[in-house]
Structure formats: C-alpha cells, structure tokens
Design a protein around this ligand. Structure first.
Ligand code: NAD
Length: 400
C-alpha cells in the first residue's frame, strides 16, 4: 500500500502522473451526464476496444449507465509501481467498476488489460465473452496508439503525425508554455505512411471482427463502429491529408470488408466521424490543441459545445433511434455540429489573428489546459489534492 500526495507532472503533451480520486471524479461527472439524458435502448452486450480513456471510456459509460448494457472493456494501462502512479485509464477503470457496482447491480463489466493488437488478447476476449455473456451485439473500435506489433509477423510499426505530400507550415500552440508559434513539419516518407496505416488503419479492426466471428461470439445483427475524424480544412494538411488521414481512409476499406464478412449474420459496420475533443491522443497532434481551444470557444458561444461524453451519449441516443446523420458514404457524422458552416466560418475568421498575446481572450485556451489536466484527474473541486491518497488500486472483476 502506498499513500502519497500527487501533483501533475507534465512532459510536453503527456502527464506522467494521475490522481486516483480525481480520475474517479472525472468518471462520476461523465456518469452524471449520462444519467440526465434519456435511457439508451437497444444494446445488451457491448465490446469496447480502447475502453479506458477518451471516446472509448465515454462509450462504455454511455452503454453501461445509459443503456444498462454489459460491457467488455479492452485497454492497455499501467498499474501503480513503487512511487509511480498508475495511468489515468487504470484509475478510470477502477472507478467505472466501483460506480457500476454501486448504481447498476447486475450489470456486468469485464476488463481486459493488454495489447489489443495481439492474438492473445483477442483470444482472451473471445473466451471471456463466451463465459459470461455468450455474445456481443455491438463492438466499438476506439484504439489510439503510437505503435503496433503485428500479430502475424512480429514487426513493430511506429505511427507518425506528418503531412504526406509537402512540408507543412502552420500555427500551433506549445501547451507547456502557452506560446503560439509556427511549425514546419517535413512530409512523411512512404515507409512512415504505411507504418501509420499499419498502426491506425483498419487491419486490426478487421482482425478483431474475424476473431470474434470465428469464435462464435457475435450476435445476429451485430453492429460494429470504428471512430474517425475529418475536421475542417485548416487541419487537413496535418490530419485528413496527413499520415493519420491515410490511416483513417483505410478504415473505409476495412468497413467494406467487414460488412462482407458479417453479411451471413446480418451484421453491419460503420465509421463514426466524431468531433475534435480533448483526449490524450488528440493532444499529441500538432495544430489540433490550438484548433480545439478556438473551436470550444466558438461552439460554447453557439451553445453547441460537446466533450467526449456528450458526443458519445448523443451517438448512442441518435444512432440507436435511427436518427443519426449518415452521409452519402454511409458514415455516421457526429461531427455535424463542429462542421456547421457558421461554426467553421467563425473559426476561420479568428484563426489567422491568433497570437500568444490574445490566446486567452480569443480562444478557450485556459479551458483546454484545464480539460487536459482533468484527463489525469487534476482540477476537480471535490478532491483535496493536499491529502495523501492510496495509489495502488486494483481493478476488481467482481462485476464480470
Ligand atoms: P485516447 O488516447 O483517449 O484512448 C485510447 C484508448 O486506446 C485507451 O483506452 C487506451 O488504453 C487504448 N489503447 C491504446 N493502445 C492500446 C493497445 N495496444 N491495446 C489495448 N488498448 C490500447 O484516444 P481517443 O482520442 O479517445 O481516440 C479514440 C478514437 O477516437 C481514435 O480512433 C481517434 O482517432 C478517434 N477520434 C478522436 C478524436 C479526438 O478529438 N480525440 C476525434 C475524432 C475521432
């Protein structure tokens, strides 16, 4: 048992500490949002791949607390060790389990910590579903990872966040120091592009769906959804037209393949294009934190603001009621508010004039920084940060 006082320790776009009580507050805040909405119908057993932070955690909370669905959560998180705290996703999962047991008795939660890209975790998941749920009727694919070890060849791929055709010159913010500056990012090599596609593209999603299908754990009418992003033109050189965009394009190919493979059980595969939100993954992408700071200001002023939980709750409520916006290529468009003409016109008008000096008045930068710290359990008014807390918490599987 190890009790200590925990403060944020930030290195670039990563915080290397996490506060267990603060992460629990963050999870409770998300649950409270879900419980204020209409109940989510139509889902019984949901597998979430990437379930411990960001969009995956918000999906899990929506399904479990909004739809009383049993969930299987896959994630790759670090327990506390010596004087190192556990990762935020670890503490989030501890809190998710505790809250579920308290307020939704009988709703199951199965937790699997390990490398989702591996065959072993896929096999473990199939066995766990067979043992406790029989089948799943929804599979959410919400992984964000900088690397992948290929399960068949053992090759390690590292993704990069770079443009693909020409060097990118653009504006970004150094979130350590609150300084707006220009960045030049050289284009990726062909090898870097294909490595990024190998990590963040659709192959692993396909392998998951195949393993689940072969394992006989997909319910007839199964639906699977993978998360993607498009964003506005100002982020395209680094996102949509960049290496990560190439990987996301590969999800389109994977969707078609998965649909074919699921036809015999009446299954469906979708991409949900979500809006830009503050997560560990998005804070690593150049330009995006500055864009999010501005976007949040604009969307708050237009009363359209959404974070992870608001987006995911809306996805579940609209999609399962047949009301989600589906585009001509069959993608679910949860970014429909972000890409509204008036929202993007306001963003485009303010963007060129952003500087270090006006960052705090012209954008919601302070809220961005606060939102980033919240990801690691810092900044919650109900937490006494001066008090030592137990860091070595176990994820119990009593709900399994
Ligand atoms: P995140 O960093 O908050 O979450 C990533 C999740 O993946 C965590 O649960 C983590 O434990 C898990 N994970 C990472 N590597 C793993 C591995 N090898 N094995 C098992 N689990 C692993 O990221 P996020 O921003 O919520 O992103 C999730 C998805 O949503 C991504 O596909 C992303 O592109 C998409 N998306 C994000 C945004 C955004 O603004 N954040 C916008 C639209 C779409």
């Amino acid at each position: 048992m190890a009790k200590s006082i925990i403060a944020p320790r930030i290195k670039g776009f990563i915080c290397t500490t996490a506060h267990p009580a603060g992460c629990a507050s963050h999870v409770r805040e998300q649950i409270a949002h879900v419980q204020k909405q209409k109940p989510i119908g139509g889902i019984r057993n949901v597998l979430i791949i990437g379930a411990s932070t960001g969009y995956g955690l918000a999906s899990r909370i929506s399904a479990a607390f909004g739809g009383h669905a049993n969930t299987v959560g896959i994630y790759f998180e670090r327990p506390a060790q010596g004087d190192r705290t556990a990762s935020a996703g670890w503490y989030n999962t501890v809190a998710f389990n505790e809250e579920l047991r308290r307020s939704c008795p009988g709703v199951k939660a199965i937790n699997i910590n390990g490398d989702a890209f591996s065959d072993a975790i896929k096999a473990q998941t199939v066995a766990a579903i067979k043992n406790s749920l029989g089948t799943v009727d929804l599979v959410i694919y919400s992984l964000a990872s900088p690397r992948r070890t290929h399960p068949k060849t053992g090759q390690i791929f590292n993704s990069v966040l770079k443009p693909t055709s020409k060097a990118f010159l653009g504006k970004t913010v150094n979130t350590d120091r609150g300084i707006v500056h220009e960045v030049i990012i050289d284009p990726a090599t062909e090898e870097e592009i294909s490595a990024t596609v190998a990590v963040m593209g659709g192959e692993d999603w396909q392998l998951w769906m195949e393993a689940l299908r072969e394992g006989g754990v997909l319910a007839p009418g199964i639906c699977t959804v993978a998360y993607s992003y498009i964003g506005p033109e100002l982020t395209w050189p680094i996102y949509k037209d960049g290496t990560i965009g190439r990987a996301k394009e590969d999800l389109d190919r994977a969707t078609q393949e998965i649909r074919k493979r699921l036809k015999s059980i009446n299954g469906q595969a979708f991409i949900s294009v979500n809006k830009a939100v503050i997560t560990q993954a998005s804070s690593a992408i150049p330009v995006v934190p500055l864009y999010i700071s501005l976007l949040f200001k604009v969307m708050k002023e237009m009363l359209l603001h959404e974070g992870c939980i608001e987006q995911m709750c809306r996805l579940f409520l609209e999609f399962y009621a047949g009301k989600a916006m589906i585009d001509e290529t069959n993608r679910i468009r949860m970014d429909n508010w972000e890409l509204r003409k008036d929202v993007q016109a306001a963003v485009a008008a303010a963007w060129p004039a952003l500087t270090t000096e006006n960052l705090r008045t012209e954008t919601d930068y302070d809220a961005y920084v606060a939102g980033f710290l919240k990801l690691f359990g810092f900044g919650f008014p109900d937490v006494d940060y001066a008090r030592p807390v137990e860091t070595e918490l176990e994820i119990d599987d009593e709900n399994g």
